[in-house]
Write a protein of this length. Structure first.
Length: 287
């Protein structure tokens, strides 16, 4: 019986082609996991500072009355992306996008967020770039980011998964997630260990991390790093034509917020395939 790593999947959308791709991935994950699928559109009410109180009241009234149109648009977007009868839950909320996504993910009991990010390329839509990274920094649950729309918009399938690991708790969580996703999709997993100078980064027996009944679906490969880890991971994913990379992320406190390890951020920004980031807030090591 296939593992079911997710029970409730949240897909924030901004009606762009890239968020449609994120929705297709979220829907595929939900279908293979028998999970609920929820769509969210979030927008902040930000009036100009020179408006009078009467102007603000009227503008806010119009803004709230537009929510019905937004809900109808969200339904049309879901139907066009997934086909009629998709059965996804729909929600339109007012508020800053990143904060609203994180709050609704918690309130709805989601255990995966799937969303788009342009990484290096900046665009004007709120979904891209900084919002996705803010969600990654603040999320308690795994986040699947997609970066470019494949031509044709066909069905999503995952057959090749790359899971880069180091000797850390986050890496073990990521590998367990990669194996569960692989079970759902019938995919093969390449476990990639990028050796580093530090002895703490070495792994004596990587195979022992993987349950015996899962080892037949897993190709274990070690790669010696001569550049930096992120570059090796991105190039390996491209060379193997991977459908998904699964990477562990350490959250570290930085004053009143958290930061992600540099390797994680760079892989999310630059990998051509979707990246599933698995959070580990219990470790103080650097990803």
């Amino acid at each position: 019986m296939a593992a079911t790593p997710f029970r409730s999947i949240l897909v924030p959308v901004d009606f762009s082609d890239l968020s449609a791709l994120a929705l297709r991935y979220g829907s595929a994950m939900a279908e293979r996991s028998a999970a609920r699928l929820n769509l969210l559109y979030a927008n902040a009410f930000t009036p100009p500072p020179y408006f009078t109180e009467s102007h603000l009241d009227e503008l806010q009234r119009q803004f709230r009355s537009s929510f019905l149109a937004a809900e109808q648009g969200l339904q049309r977007f879901a139907d066009a992306t997934l086909g009629g009868g998709a059965g996804a839950g729909l929600r339109v909320l007012e508020g800053p996008p990143a904060d609203t996504i994180l709050r609704y993910a918690s309130d709805s009991g989601a255990d995966l967020v799937a969303m788009g990010t342009h990484g290096r390329s900046g665009v004007n839509r709120w979904m891209m770039g900084s919002v996705a990274e803010r969600v990654l920094r603040g999320s308690q649950i795994p986040v699947l980011t997609v970066r470019q729309a494949k031509p044709g918009g066909g069905p999503v399938d995952i057959k090749q998964i790359l899971c880069p690991v180091n000797n850390s708790g986050a890496a073990r969580k990521a590998l367990a997630m990669a194996m569960n996703v692989a079970s759902c999709f019938g995919a093969r997993v390449t476990v990639m260990h990028v050796k580093e100078e530090r002895p703490a980064g070495s792994i004596a027996d990587l195979c022992s991390w993987i349950a015996e009944n899962q080892r037949g679906a897993c190709e274990i490969r070690e790669m010696v790093r001569h550049g930096d880890a992120a570059s090796e991971i991105v190039s390996a994913a491209a060379a193997a034509d991977c459908d998904l990379a699964v990477i562990g992320a350490h959250h570290q406190a930085f004053f009143d917020s958290t930061v992600l390890g540099t390797t994680t951020v760079r892989v999310v920004r630059h990998a051509q395939c979707p990246v599933l980031t698995v959070m580990d807030r219990e470790s103080a090591k650097t990803a």
